[in-house]
Every structure is written in structure tokens, then in C-alpha cells.
Design a protein around this ligand. Structure first.
Ligand code: SF4
Ligand code: SF4
Length: 342
């Protein structure tokens, strides 16, 4: 499988994605829905997390990837932008650095950046696809992450091979189990300071089930059948952007999926959306309210500085840029990079 960009799919262009999401829609617009719930505009309440997307290069090409990442993507954050990030971290109250990609570990500066963040006493999270832990030259990655007490958030769309491989590629489940055993061997999932969380996302055009029930199922099956342990499970709604949007449109599920998200709008989930306490930076240093807005090229707005080199404390209480894809964060129990929010 190749990225949308590599096969010149029109949806590789973010204006085309936004056209589908915004033009001639049959449902009430997200901003109007928020307004009715007396929550428009959404506003940040202080930035606790800097989410750093270090590039779109990945060793996998998963079917539902909102980043449209893959081995054919060459965007990689250069050292200069990492240094801007460190300057912001030095000058602000941000306490958590959430590193994502692509496969973030494929950025040659990943190891250095983790060391710099930990040296500053910051909490570091790595959004790890698991299979990268088994590839060369990353054989010592698991040990490195453990030595630096990096919290790991790892995608495992299901606790069975069939569903996981269908979404992430042939053989990915088996490799993921091997990688999880490796992490367990270094103390992940059992040692209090080595937290390992898994991420479930639906295999098709439906919403995620109850998070705690799904956690119990994952825990039971992974322990009994594979001897694997982990801390939490995050259930994440598939956002109607990137390759999942392509899937929705080509499979004829787009209208029904969006209608289901809109009908499940939950004001309590809207109050807890992650953009209120997080800001996202892309490989070139541009700033976004979240990784989803980043993938739609919706930069921070409303008079805010748009590049990390122009950082200003007013970003802490900025007005957030919202569009119809935001329904993905506010349906049912809500969805964020840390699972449900309501
Ligand atoms: S979902 Fe994650 S592992 Fe899969 S292609 Fe996208 S970035 Fe890579
Ligand atoms: S998509 Fe981003 S901006 Fe929209 S509600 Fe979710 S986190 Fe906030």
C-alpha cells in the first residue's frame, strides 16, 4: 500500500478534504452545534503538552492513518526546529512532550531530542507503532526508552491478528506481540515508572465501544494467550480525515458515519477536548491546535503566531480553530490522544 500522496489521490490535498467536510453538508455545522451548547468558541485553558510531529516517514502504511504516513513520505523535522521546541520548553510551563509521527523514531534526532527533554525533567511520551522496535538499527530502542522512562502509547487496533493485520498490514499483529514482550522484559507494564498504553481504534465505519470493557478484554486475552501486560487502553474514534476519509468516501460510508458522529455529539466531551491543553507543532515548525488540524493544514488562527520561532504566552488562551471533523472528538464518550474524555 502507498500513501495518498504517492498515488496522487485528490484527498492528498487538504483543500479537497476540507471541501468534502465543509461544503454542502446535510448536518448542522460543528461550530453551530458548539454555539447551541454555549461552548463556542472553544478556548485553550493553558498548554500542558507540546505535541511534536517529527515527520511523516513511517515503516508502515496503515489503512486508517490520518497522517497519510508511510515509507514514501520524506518529511522529517530538522534539528533547527527541535531546538526551537527546546527553547519554548525552557521558557514555558509545559511539562509534557508528546512525540508523534509517522514513526517518530525514524527521525535521526529522535534519540537526542528525548535525552534533551528528559535532562530538563520533562515527561516524555512516544507514540510508537511497536514494529519499529524490531527493525534495524533500532534494536536498542526498547532499552533506550526504558532507561529514559519514556511513556509509550502503542497502537494495537485489536487483540486478534485478523483485525489488526487488516488495518496495519500482514504480519503486524505477530510483530506487535513480539515487541510488547520485549517492552515487558524491560519492565514496561509492571514497573510504576514505565507506563505502556495500547490504543484501540475501530476497524470500520463505526464508533469505539466502552473503553473500560474493551480494556478488560484486551488485558485478559493478551495475558492469557501471549503473556503480555500493559497499563491502560485508549479507545480512539477514527477521525474523518486522511486515509480514513478516503476509506469512508470510497466505501460509501461517509454520510452515515458523519451522521452518527453528529447525532452522538456530547457537550461534556466538548469541554474535555485535548486542544484545550495541548498545542501541536509540525516538522517545519508551524503550530496547530492538534495533530488533526495539522493534517488538514489548519494552523492556529485568530491573531496567534503561526510558527514556533514566534512563540508567545498568549497561545495559552488562544481561540481554537474548529471545523466539522471536530465531531470525531466529541461523539459519545469523546476521543483524544489519551482515549475517552467524558
Ligand atoms: S497509523 Fe501510525 S504506524 Fe500506521 S502508517 Fe500511520 S503513522 Fe505509521
Ligand atoms: S479535532 Fe482538534 S481542534 Fe477539533 S476538537 Fe479535536 S482536538 Fe480540538
Amino acid at each position: 500500500m502507498k500513501s495518498l500522496l504517492a498515488v496522487k489521490n485528490p484527498l492528498a490535498d487538504t483543500t479537497e478534504q476540507l471541501r468534502i467536510l465543509e461544503e454542502n453538508v446535510s448536518w448542522v455545522r460543528f461550530d453551530d452545534k458548539l454555539d447551541k451548547a454555549e461552548q463556542f468558541p472553544l478556548r485553550a485553558t493553558g498548554i500542558e503538552t507540546l505535541q511534536v510531529n517529527v515527520g511523516r516517514l513511517c515503516n508502515q502504511t496503515c489503512g486508517h492513518c490520518h497522517v497519510d504516513a508511510g515509507p514514501d513520505r520524506k518529511e522529517i523535522m530538522p534539528r533547527e526546529i527541535f531546538e526551537h521546541c527546546l527553547r519554548v520548553l525552557d521558557d514555558s510551563d509545559i511539562h509534557t512532550v508528546d512525540i508523534t509521527g509517522g514513526a517518530p523514531e525514524l527521525n535521526p534526532d529522535f534519540y537526542w531530542f528525548v535525552e534533551e527533554c528528559r535532562r530538563r525533567g520533562l515527561h516524555v511520551m512516544d507514540r510508537c507503532n511497536l514494529t519499529i522496535l524490531l527493525t534495524r538499527p533500532h534494536e536498542k530502542l526498547a532499552e533506550f526508552l526504558a532507561n529514559h522512562q519514556v511513556e509509550i502509547i502503542a497502537s494495537l487496533p485489536y487483540f486478534q491478528a485478523k483485525q489488526t493485520d487488516a488495518q496495519r498490514g500482514e504480519g503486524v499483529f505477530e510483530k506487535s506481540i513480539e515487541a510488547l514482550r520485549l517492552l515487558n522484559a524491560f519492565g514496561y507494564g509492571t514497573n510504576e515508572s514505565l507506563r505502556l498504553h495500547l490504543v484501540y481504534n475501530p476497524a470500520g465505519a463505526f464508533m469505539a465501544p466502552n473503553q473500560s470493557a474493551m480494556r478488560d478484554k484486551y488485558a485478559r486475552v493478551l495475558k492469557q494467550e501471549y503473556g503480555v501486560v500493559f497499563n491502560d487502553l485508549y479507545c480512539i474514534t477514527n477521525m474523518p480525515i486522511g486515509r480514513f476519509l478516503d476509506f469512508l468516501v470510497t466505501s460509501g460510508n461517509y454520510e452515515d458515519y458523519m451522521t452518527a458522529l453528529v447525532n452522538a455529539f456530547n457537550p461534556a466531551a466538548a469541554r474535555g477536548v485535548m486542544c484545550r491543553s495541548l498545542i501541536s507543532v509540525d516538522w517545519q515548525g508551524f503550530l496547530y491546535d492538534c495533530d488533526f488540524n495539522q493534517m488538514l493544514d489548519l494552523k492556529v488562527d485568530h491573531g496567534m503566531p503561526k510558527h514556533i520561532s514566534q512563540w508567545h504566552p498568549s497561545l495559552n488562551t488562544r481561540e481554537i480553530v474548529t471545523r466539522n471533523h471536530c465531531y470525531g472528538c466529541t461523539a459519545g464518550a469523546g476521543s483524544s490522544c489519551g482515549g475517552t474524555v467524558a
